[in-house]
Design a protein. Structure first.
Length: 362
């Protein structure tokens, strides 16, 4: 296991395979290569996550400060083509079968009384609307719009606002534009761009981003740009998944880190305090943290829908992955199980979801 106390970026691997020793690594590899009962996969994942938690505890108190400084040596985003292919080479029909009705490919939120994925999506969107202080008549820029859950929500909720959404995927852009046209929305524009080169001369009242900054390698460089896109009284809203205390990178070079290689190339796991490490750029005006139990429950419901939709999903997997369709089916199941196991660990106290309302420093 990499000793995080000697690593400025606390470079742990997301599947956390090295933390459990050889037999646990072997179980994780087996689970993607051959059918394995879910209770075996869950046992292995829990062992790996527990080992990672113990390793993260050895990180120095200023780990996030060292991590933020080291970020400045990197491009804004790495492996952008890989990351795009890993999640979006599958057609929209796959995600329509797995996600909820709003196609929110990020954590849901389950207030008391909420039980369905549809309810969790709406609750999460309402939380985002409130925490970002969105109002009708604003000019809003969304960075990393996915399949349009928040973009379409904002365009419908705030008809006098103008919404500009940025995605790295041409298929997402086409899908969102089609949905907007079906709903008669004329206040939403979707742009396809790599965040390494995206820029705009426009100024916005709000810049919002939901689970995109985790794909960014250099937050300082991107935050410097975001500050130029905001009006003087504008605000930046971030929704990221995060560890409670220690940031780390997803290591694609590690042959055991199959999630990094197959699902999250170039990604980072922020710590909850990471946004405070750029005080010359943004002030954290308000912040909120959701228990990881919300994300664990979301991933479990994705898995349930994935399994129930096999007649729809299997042909899509064959279309995209060919003779690798079976192994990719197991990989997707293991991805959902690993997400649930990571965020559900210790009742959601270690890994969770963080919201921030950030004010630019002038």
């Amino acid at each position: 296991m990499t000793d995080v106390t000697n690593q400025p970026e606390a470079a742990l691997d997301h599947d956390l395979g090295r933390s459990g020793g050889g037999p646990i690594q072997a179980l994780v590899r087996l689970a993607q290569d051959a059918p394995v009962p879910d209770f075996v996969s869950r046992f292995a994942i829990e062992r790996l996550v527990a080992g990672a938690r113990r390793s993260l505890r050895r990180a120095p108190p200023d780990a996030s400060l060292s991590f933020a400084r080291a970020m400045a040596e990197r491009p804004i985003a790495t492996h952008t083509a890989d990351a795009n292919a890993q999640h979006y080479e599958l057609p929209a029909a796959f995600f329509q079968a797995v996600l909820g009705p709003h196609l929110k490919y990020s954590s849901g939120f389950y207030p008391p009384g909420a039980s369905t994925l549809a309810e969790a999506e709406v609750a999460a969107l309402r939380e985002t609307e409130s925490h970002a202080d969105l109002r009708d008549g604003q000019d809003v820029l969304e960075l990393g719009c996915g399949w349009g859950s928040l973009s379409l929500w904002m365009a419908e909720r705030f008809p006098a606002s103008t919404i500009t959404a940025v995605s790295n995927s041409t298929s997402q852009r086409a899908f969102i534009q089609a949905r907007a046209a079906e709903r008669g929305l004329s206040n939403l524009t979707v742009v396809t761009a790599d965040m390494n080169v995206f820029d705009t001369a426009r100024r916005f009242d709000r810049v919002v981003s939901v689970e995109m900054f985790e794909h960014m390698s250099n937050w300082r460089a991107l935050l410097e740009r975001v500050r130029t896109w905001l009006r003087p009284d504008g605000l930046l809203f971030l929704h990221v998944f995060a560890h409670a205390t220690t940031p780390y990178r997803f290591e694609t070079e590690d042959p055991d880190d199959w999630i990094a290689r197959h699902f999250f190339s170039g990604g980072v796991m922020p710590s909850h305090d990471l946004p405070w490490r750029f005080p010359d750029l943004f002030e954290v005006a308000m912040n909120w943290r959701w228990s990881g139990a919300h994300y664990a429950r979301t991933a479990e419901q994705w898995l349930t829908r994935f399994d129930a939709a096999r007649p729809v999903i299997d042909p899509l997997l064959v279309e995209v992955y060919g003779d690798q369709a079976r192994i990719w089916r197991r990989r997707w199941r293991l991805f959902f199980l690993a997400t649930a196991g990571l965020f559900g660990h210790r009742g959601g106290a270690e890994w969770g979801v963080s919201h921030y309302r950030l004010r630019p420093v002038t």
